[in-house]
Design a protein around this ligand. Structure first.
Ligand SMILES: Cc1cc2nc3c(=O)[nH]c(=O)nc-3n(C[C@H](O)[C@H](O)[C@H](O)COP(=O)(O)OP(=O)(O)OC[C@H]3O[C@@H](n4cnc5c(N)ncnc54)[C@H](O)[C@@H]3O)c2cc1C
Length: 487
């Protein structure tokens, strides 16, 4: 048997790679972790989830300050935002979390951590800064980067992506955001609330393309009401640098051309897998524009090389990368043939209100040919939502033809946390009747979960047939009042 330096080598120190490295070493595998940047943590920590959610919180608080009259409080005149102070707060949150993802923590776990950009020299070995490291099994978890499509003029002008946006030295006066996906939409609300004039250009007629139109349109309505301008069905023709401002010329749905001018352009047009420089083509690992091709055990075209996280072009979320890291550990270390199952993978867009989703939405159910039914409850009917002043949105529960829940969408306050109860229900195959009968504390926004489940049972329990049966057996006397009077 060939002698390798390591049992497992992991390339990429983000959510996926760190999960594999910590799991493998704690199971006794001699583990190497290679990271290109100076710090571990990946996009989520440095340029993604953490800075974006920290920024959104600052924007939320500023929005509340400006709207405190809504809560019966005196009006306050709020000074303009100093973005460098917000950047500072973002850096400090990142620094705190960085301790958890530090190289020292991984050394302590037993992982050899190396920094630099490796290249495969054969299918078991990499070259890194003049040294060769071999491993029996490899995991590629190099993540993704902002895609920059070949738009006329874009390469010649300064623009920003998620790599720069959290470190701006001042708040832009105006911003055109190219792309109406989750990143573009979250940033549009954050910057608009902080005082930037924001326009979003989106190719299709719906922002947040994966979501059901009614839910995505409600998010758009909220953002429009706060001041974000949307150009839907619009393609970008050209961008130009005009000096102090940049110009984005778009072709609108109506066929005309419009010129949008702004201080800053944010490119949020999707993601590109980080495959460059790894030498994958030389060793025969197959990949395409979406990422590295994997089977349902996350093995690449070479079975001892796995690909986890954004790099495989699947669901591009931190929790998906973490889940996939676990699947890789099962397969590569335990040698258990565990397959990925994304049936109940939840996700959330962290606008205010947030939009969360688990399982099938109407779009997916229709595409799968499922005869589904939708049950809905609105947040304006939830007592706690009223108390909180957060009444926009609804919950949609999708049932299949056997009346089994197959998905839930929530647009409303704390949607991301409300979703967690559904994570347990759907994964645990808990009966809807159990949720409907369970006691939830009052007044909580979470009561909406119980209520939507109850709304399915109410027409059955309070039916005329049941009333007649009870009247017959127990001699109930029926209504005390007529519908229109009680004399
Ligand atoms: C603005 C924004 C907001 C987001 N918000 C959320 C959110 O709220 N929730 C959520 O779940 N997801 C969110 N995401 C997505 C999330 O960040 C990614 O899905 C997640 O980081 C993927 O983890 P990963 O391990 O695949 O890649 P990463 O975390 O990016 O890690 C890859 C690592 O590999 C390293 N690397 C790259 N190339 C090489 C190389 N050649 N050699 C060595 N190392 C290399 C990189 O430096 C990086 O450290 C957001 C993304 C963005 C951009």
């Amino acid at each position: 048997m060939a002698a390798y330096d390591f049992d497992i080598g992991v390339i990429g120190g983000g959510a996926g790679g760190l999960t594999v490295a910590s799991g493998a070493t704690q199971l006794g595998a001699k583990t190497l972790l290679v990271e290109k940047e100076k710090e571990l943590g990946g996009d989520c920590l440095h340029f993604g989830c953490v800075p974006s959610k920290t920024l959104l919180k600052s924007a939320h608080v500023y929005h509340l300050m400006k709207n405190c009259r809504k809560f019966g409080l005196p009006t306050v005149v709020v000074p303009p935002v100093d973005f460098s102070a917000i950047s500072q707060r973002i850096r400090s949150v990142i620094a705190t979390i960085q301790h958890h993802d530090s190289k020292e923590r991984f050394y302590k776990l037993g992982v050899r951590v190396e920094f630099g950009q490796p290249r495969f020299t054969d299918d078991h070995s990499i070259q890194l800064k003049g040294n060769t490291y071999s491993a029996k099994t490899w995991v590629i978890a190099t993540g993704s980067s902002p895609a920059v499509p070949p738009i006329k003029g874009l390469a010649q002008i300064p623009f920003i992506t998620n790599k720069e946006i959290f470190n701006l030295d001042h708040l832009p006066e105006s911003m055109v955001i190219l792309g109406g996906g989750p990143i573009g939409v979250e940033m549009s609300q954050a910057f608009c609330r902080l005082g930037t004039r924001v326009a979003v250009v989106n190719r299709s007629s719906q922002i947040l393309a994966k979501e059901d139109p009614d839910m995505a349109d409600s998010v758009k309505e909220v953002l429009s009401s706060e001041g974000v301008t949307f150009y839907l069905n619009s393609s970008i023709e050209e961008v130009k640098d005009l000096g102090r401002e940049k110009e984005v010329r778009i072709k609108t749905g109506q066929g005309g051309s419009i010129s949008l001018k702004a201080e800053t352009i944010l490119v949020a047009l999707g993601r590109k897998a980080n495959t460059d420089g790894l030498g994958l083509e030389d060793i025969g690992v197959k990949f395409d524009h979406r990422g590295i091709n994997v089977d349902n055990r996350l093995r690449t075209s070479l079975k001892h090389i796995y690909a986890a996280g954004d790099i495989n072009g699947g669901f591009q979320f931190t929790h998906a990368a973490g889940y996939e890291g676990g699947i890789v550990v099962s397969n590569a270390i335990f040698h258990l043939p565990r397959k990925v199952d994304y049936t109940f993978l939840p996700w959330c867009t962290y606008t205010d209100p947030p939009l969360g989703s688990i399982g099938m939405n109407e779009k997916l159910a229709r595409a799968a040919g499922i005869d589904y039914k939708v049950w809905m409850e609105e947040f304006k009917d939830n007592d706690r939502s009223l108390a909180e002043g957060e009444t926009v949105g609804k919950i949609k529960m999708i049932l299949d033809d056997k009346e089994k829940p197959i998905g839930v969408q929530i647009l409303g306050p704390h949607a991301e946390d409300l979703l967690n109860e559904w994570v347990a229900i759907l994964n645990g195959k808990v009966k809807l009747s159990t949720l409907a009968a369970a006691i939830h504390p009052y007044p909580t926004i979470g009561e909406i979960n119980k209520k939507v489940a109850g709304s399915y049972f109410s027409p059955k329990i309070f039916s005329e047939k049941v009333q007649k049966g009870l009247k017959f057996f127990f001699h109930l006397k029926g209504r005390a009042c007529a519908e229109d009077s009680c004399d």
